[in-house]
Design a protein around this ligand. Structure first.
Ligand code: NI
Length: 136
């Protein structure tokens, strides 16, 4: 059920918020506020080591430093947490791997850190998301 409420806010802060809205292509303030609250809820889930979902994105040159073997080995260590892995051969050298993972926040973070720190991984990123269970 939708509730309406009125908030008081400094003019400068409201200007910042409207700029944020425009930059992120929100059509109205309500949806922008809802998403900011949800984003904070996701942060809280991660901080409280709740069950979370995340997406790890890696770009690497598969010729270098047995990086392919190490990436596979690490994923097998976390096979209970890994939901799916997609591998894209981007060109002769470069691979893109996208790993969807679900588990305790600290474990998910640890796997992401270990993968991203591997020699040969050129770019790595963890997108923190939620199981949705506590998000409204
Ligand atoms: Ni490949």
């Amino acid at each position: 059920m939708l509730k309406r409420f009125t908030i008081s806010i400094e003019e400068d802060l409201l200007d910042d918020f409207d700029t944020f809205m425009q930059q992120h292509h929100y059509k109205n303030r309500s949806e922008a506020i809802r998403d900011l609250i949800r984003a904070r809820s996701v942060q809280n889930e991660w901080a409280a080591d709740k069950d979370v979902m995340g997406v790890i994105t890696l770009v690497y040159d598969h010729h270098r430093h047995q990086v392919q073997d190490k990436i596979t080995e690490l994923q097998h260590d976390y096979h209970h947490e890994i939901v799916s892995t997609t591998h894209v051969h981007m060109d002769h050298n470069n691979c893109l791997e996208v790993i969807i993972i679900r588990g305790k926040a600290a474990e998910v973070q640890k796997l992401a850190d270990n993968l991203i720190a591997l020699r040969g991984v050129r770019s790595g990123k963890l997108a923190m998301s939620s199981t949705g269970e506590h998000l409204h």
